[in-house]
Design a protein around this ligand. Structure first.
Ligand code: HEC
Ligand code: HEC
Ligand code: HEC
Ligand code: HEC
Ligand code: HEC
Length: 571
């Protein structure tokens, strides 16, 4: 909550910030250890549905916040809903990943939302990686309310959930359902996202359960796909005047109670299917790679109605072997999908709903991979409020069956040429250099007489080549070129006890073991793996550090190429 004098304070008219509840990190927080940043998804300001006493944009409600881990200082923020009236809190942990753009790797953060929109930012500075438009939205007629005139719409990726319902969209899965829905809700259509509440019944689509929800998304670095499950379940309500002296002049509700759903007497949503989907979004392009219905309604399936999908709450995981596991659906099922195509590869019946995010691990004694999900009632969307609870565990690939991981590995190994091996090749075409926080030139410093080990010393465990601290740089720069803007920035950072957040150039996935020590001891020059660093004004990756490149040199030098050398296979 921005206090007087702080960024965002003026977005609360008339002391609306004071004694305000809500605007909390209700969803999980993410930490970027490398960049020393922490990412918070913030919730709605209370009272969620009526904002007469909090006119304005209401920062930092419904915003993604990036803070410095060490100081808590604000680095950037992005408000995803202005002046929320729909309970569209940011429900999910911001997901950290690397996206690829024109030969460049960008550290990114993605936030999935109840609106079904996916927002993708440059993690370091909050710049959207796909354009976002502020579009005018309808204004409230409820006395006292002041809707914010616009809301942000990302141009990519497309919304993953339904954002409007017209009469033509009313369900036709059964004649009874259609009749009920038309009679009960026909008069409130059409409806679309960001319609404000009114004194008569209205529909919010996506509803308060989303779109996406607390389980967020999983990400596959191999394909660049983000996996997001969404529900298409609207919520209906109206604003009701309260007696004078009540805490809120208007409360939101309906004759069916609060959070009444846009569904029929069987709890089938009132618009046409799909009612729940699993989506793979290619974050390199912003396109939806595939979208499939998630879940079944057994009674409808029995009537031969094509798969409808069903509302869901719970997360997905994606394995390195290319499988997406997800429970979540209100149909007592647990499934695995092919990460590349969205094909449902496996489904099993659970004792109850899997409103949870599954996990996977290797059994220590069996050395087999397990996948586990917590099962039980709850999640606010099942029909039954109580049921058995359980932990369901499954083992993958018993002897004799093969996995997609093995196929992928075979493809990787097939790239290794036979013969005596070779040194790491240059990357062609050349990669673009990343933009560094300080324009540091290797060429300049080497030309000034410095050698690599003046700055790069082995860490005590021998694994890493350290990069000097600001203090190390300032040993010279206190008196060398101290008036230059870049050096002044360094002086300032040193004074504040901060480090320079260099963008990494060579980086292996964490499942690879690599140590500089043995390679330096074997008298391998830096150039062999890093190219002509000494000639570079801006350092870019020149040499490959792929598995093929590692193994080819090991062949050349007659070093072991067994898997366990570089991977902790037995773990
Ligand atoms: C004056 C200090 C200094 C000297 C001398 C120096 N470096 Fe660096 N080096 C840095 C800094 C600072 C960075 C991080 C900024 C960047 O990537 O440009 C870096 C980054 C690197 C990286 C990339 C690390 C990564 O993965 O992000 C490599 C590789 C590297 N240096 C190799 C060398 C080699 C080889 C030499 C000798 C030819 C050398 N450096 C000399 C300061 C130095
Ligand atoms: C056998 C190949 C190889 C040689 C030789 C080599 N490096 Fe590296 N270097 C790598 C790899 C691979 C990484 C990425 C390591 C990771 O991400 O864990 C790396 C990373 C780095 C980094 C980033 C910090 C780190 O350790 O992750 C610096 C700085 C660096 N190297 C400098 C040097 C310098 C200076 C030399 C020469 C003294 C050198 N390297 C020799 C392969 C090599
Ligand atoms: C041994 C002394 C020494 C150390 C240590 C040193 N530098 Fe330098 N630095 C120099 C010299 C000399 C130059 C001028 C070289 C040239 O002509 O490009 C320079 C130039 C620079 C410049 C260019 C300034 C401008 O505006 O042109 C930057 C930026 C810089 N250094 C950053 C760093 C950083 C970051 C470190 C620590 C990783 C560092 N230096 C460590 C001596 C040093
Ligand atoms: C330029 C040739 C070359 C390249 C490229 C290379 N290696 Fe090596 N590697 C060696 C040599 C030589 C040794 C030393 C063997 C010894 O001294 O026992 C070694 C040893 C190792 C060891 C055992 C060292 C220890 O600490 O136990 C590991 C692990 C390893 N390399 C991993 C990698 C990985 C991962 C890569 C790719 C990122 C890689 N290597 C790339 C030549 C290379
Ligand atoms: C000399 C080091 C080295 C050896 C030996 C090695 N790998 Fe790798 N492996 C790597 C590196 C580096 C990567 C990450 C870069 C890449 O994907 O190319 C990797 C990646 C992988 C991946 C992930 C591929 C993907 O992108 O999904 C698998 C799986 C794998 N290795 C399995 C194996 C197996 C099995 C063996 C033994 C046959 C083996 N590796 C031997 C260095 C090694």
């Amino acid at each position: 909550m921005p206090k007087p004098g702080e960024v965002g304070h003026n977005t609360w008219e008339k002391d609306g910030w004071k004694d305000r509840s809500g605007t909390n990190a209700w969803g999980p927080i993410s930490v970027d250890v490398n960049h020393g940043m922490v990412f918070l998804p913030l919730g709605s300001p209370s009272y969620d549905f009526y904002g007469a006493d909090r006119k304005g944009e209401d920062l930092f409600a419904n915003s993604v916040l990036a803070l410095k881990t060490e100081t808590g200082k604000l680095v950037w923020y992005y408000q995803i809903i202005h002046h929320d009236l729909w309970d569209y809190d940011l429900p999910a942990q911001p997901v950290l990943m690397t996206v690829h753009r024109a030969n460049r790797e960008i550290p990114a953060v993605a936030e999935v939302t109840k609106t079904g929109f996916v927002f993708v930012f440059d993690r370091l500075n909050g710049v959207p990686l796909f354009p976002i438009e502020e579009r005018p939205v309808p204004q409230s007629q409820v006395p006292g309310e002041a809707t914010w005139p616009t809301q942000p719409f990302p141009l990519k990726p497309p919304p993953l959930a339904r954002t409007s319902v017209a009469r033509a969209d009313i369900t036709n899965v059964t004649p009874e359902s259609r009749k009920y829905c038309l009679q009960t809700f026909g008069s409130i259509l059409p409806a679309r996202i960001f319609d404000p509440w009114s004194l008569t019944l209205k529909l919010e689509m996506p509803g308060t359960l989303g779109g996406a929800n607390w389980s967020g998304a999983s990400f596959d670095p191999f394909s660049g796909y983000l996996f997001v499950n969404t529900s298409d379940l609207g919520v209906v309500g109206e604003m009701k005047r309260q007696p004078a002296g009540s805490p809120e002049a208007y409360l939101w509700g309906s004759k069916w109670g609060t959070f009444a759903r846009f569904w029929d007497s069987q709890h089938y949503p009132c618009q046409q299917p799909p009612w729940g989907t699993l989506n793979a979004v290619n974050l390199n392009t912003g396109e939806i790679a595939w979208k499939v219905p998630l879940g079944v309604v057994d009674a409808l399936k029995a009537k031969g109605i094509p798969k409808t999908g069903i509302y869901n709450l719970g997360g997905s995981i994606v394995t390195a072997g290319g499988l997406v596991f997800i429970g979540a659906t209100a149909d007592h099922r647990f499934r695995a999908f092919d990460a590349q195509t969205g094909k449902e590869l496996w489904v099993t019946k659970l004792e109850f709903n899997g409103h949870a995010t599954p996990m996977t691990y290797l059994g220590k004694r069996t050395n087999r991979q397990f996948v586990v999900i917590a099962v039980g009632a709850g999640g606010n969307i099942g029909d039954d409020a109580s049921g058995p609870t359980a932990l369901a565990a499954y083992a993958l690939f018993p002897k004799g069956q093969s996995s997609p991981a093995q196929a992928r590995l075979q493809a990787e190994l097939a790239k290794i040429p036979s013969g005596t091996g070779s040194e790491p090749p240059e990357i062609k075409p050349p990669l673009l250099a990343p933009t560094q926080p300080i324009p540091f030139s290797h060429r300049g410093h080497v030309a000034a007489g410095m050698s690599c080990d003046n700055c790069h010393q082995l860490s005590s465990d021998g694994k890493q080549m350290q990069i000097p601290s600001v203090t190390g740089c300032m040993a010279c720069h206190q008196s060398v070129m101290e008036a230059r803007p870049a050096i002044q920035k360094m002086t300032q950072l040193e004074k504040e006890g901060q480090q320079i957040s260099w963008v990494r150039v060579y980086q292996l996935p964490e499942f690879v073991f690599f140590s500089h020590q043995k390679h330096i001891d074997a008298k391998l020059a830096c150039e062999v793996c890093h190219g002509m660093v000494r000639n570079q004004d801006v350092l870019r990756q020149e040499k490959e550090i792929s598995m093929v490149a590692c193994i080819n040199c090991h062949k050349l030098r007659k070093v072991s190429t067994s898997c366990g050398l570089c991977h902790n296979i037995g773990y």
